[in-house]
Design a binder for this molecule. Structure first.
Ligand SMILES: O=C(CO)[C@@H](O)[C@H](O)[C@H](O)[C@H](O)COP(=O)(O)O
Length: 361
């Protein structure tokens, strides 16, 4: 069929989210994304765009006296609130990497985000908050989801984090398919031909999906919806559908490549799942991945996670210990938090410069 692109194909297989907050980019897309995800890097880039300059100026004027963090929170909410009419589901913003080991600081920041969304006229079913998933992140998520502020478990690298996301009632979950460092260092990019079968993160994704399927079947309770992030190519994005994910979040760069690539494969024989787990079954050719963990070194059996352990217990200590035992999860979490801290520092500088200029006028 003329005009079919890889994005057309992806849209037939998965709910497609946008991992960007740039309103002009979202408006330019040939489809209406489902959710809009973001993080400190995405928001800081958005606040420096010409379109959002008036929002930044306004927030500095109204909240500058309360310090840069209040301005950053308010500006993030305003930028995402403007995207609500352009998407079908929820806009998402992320809590500060500073708070990852302080559950009450996470809860308080989320409550401030929720109040700001309410003021901006965004109802609770049109936003969610992304929480880096440490033990404290899981404890905070349990409190927040119980009070109706829905959360997404982000920076997820191991099965124990996924089990804890289910146990704390998260609405969504974002495992990173690649580590952040791989975006900057080509040597860290997996060199595979068959992404779904050979990528070293695929087994962990299959194990997370199967855990959610088991929980859903046994309890009938909704499980966190997979919104995998951090892909290095359109092929990786498309592989999420084969792994069995109902959603995927796609960066600007991957959207551009999906749109520019004609779909030359035979027509799709599947449709997107109407429920994330009810009809889920791992394709036969991927079933062996449930028993493998190429990311785990000799120091840890990567298949040691237990569906019966309460990882949120002891104020999140059980989950933190599981992450610490897993070299890959620990390194990737640390790298991700360093990356978000650097972007948050950039935002702080921009906002503090704006506050100083305003006090001079
Ligand atoms: O976790 C989510 C979506 O929920 C993403 O926003 C996630 O933070 C990003 O995809 C990763 O940090 C990677 O960012 P990038 O290097 O692909 O821009």
């Amino acid at each position: 069929m003329a005009g079919r692109t890889l994005l057309t194909r992806l849209d037939e297989l998965c709910n497609v989210d946008v991992d960007d907050a740039d309103i002009e980019f979202i408006k330019s897309l040939p489809l209406k994304p489902y959710n809009q995800t973001s993080n400190q890097a995405i928001i800081t880039q958005a606040i420096t765009s010409t379109t959002n300059r008036p929002i930044l100026r306004d927030c500095i004027k109204n909240y500058g006296s309360q310090g840069w963090e209040t301005v950053f929170e308010r500006v993030s909410v305003r930028i995402c609130a403007n995207n609500v009419p352009l998407i079908m589901g929820r806009v998402l913003i992320q809590t500060s990497p500073k708070h990852i080991h302080d559950d009450m600081a996470i809860v308080n920041q989320c409550r401030r985000f929720a109040a700001a969304f309410e003021e901006a006229g965004v109802p609770r079913d049109r936003f969610a908050i992304k929480i880096p998933f440490t033990g404290s992140g899981a404890v905070a998520s349990r409190t927040l989801n119980a009070e109706g502020i829905r959360t997404l478990a982000t920076a997820v690298f191991c099965l124990e984090q996924a089990i804890a996301a289910s146990q704390s009632g998260c609405l969504l979950i974002s495992p990173y398919f690649n580590e952040i460092a791989a975006h900057f260092d080509p040597a860290l990019r997996p060199n595979v031909v068959d992404t779904a079968l050979e990528h070293p993160m695929s087994p962990r994704i299959i194990q997370m999906l199967e855990a959610f399927k088991t929980f859903y079947t046994e309890t009938g309770e909704e499980q966190p919806i997979m919104v995998i992030a951090s892909h290095l190519s359109p092929e990786e994005v498309l592989a999420m559908a084969e792994l069995g994910c109902q959603h995927v979040t796609v960066s600007q760069d991957n959207y551009r490549q999906l749109i520019a690539s004609p779909d030359e494969s035979p027509a799709t024989t599947r449709t997107k799942p109407t429920h994330p787990y009810a009809g889920l079954s791992t394709p036969e050719r991927l079933q062996s991945l449930a028993q493998k963990d190429p990311l785990s070194g000799t120091e840890k059996n990567g298949l040691a996670a237990s569906l019966d352990t309460d990882y949120v217990a002891q104020n999140g200590k059980i989950l933190d210990a599981a992450i610490e035992r897993d070299y890959v999860a620990t390194k990737r979490m640390n790298d991700a938090m360093k990356f978000f801290t650097e972007w948050e520092e950039k935002a702080k500088q921009i906002i503090e410069d704006g506050i100083s200029k305003l006090s001079l006028t």
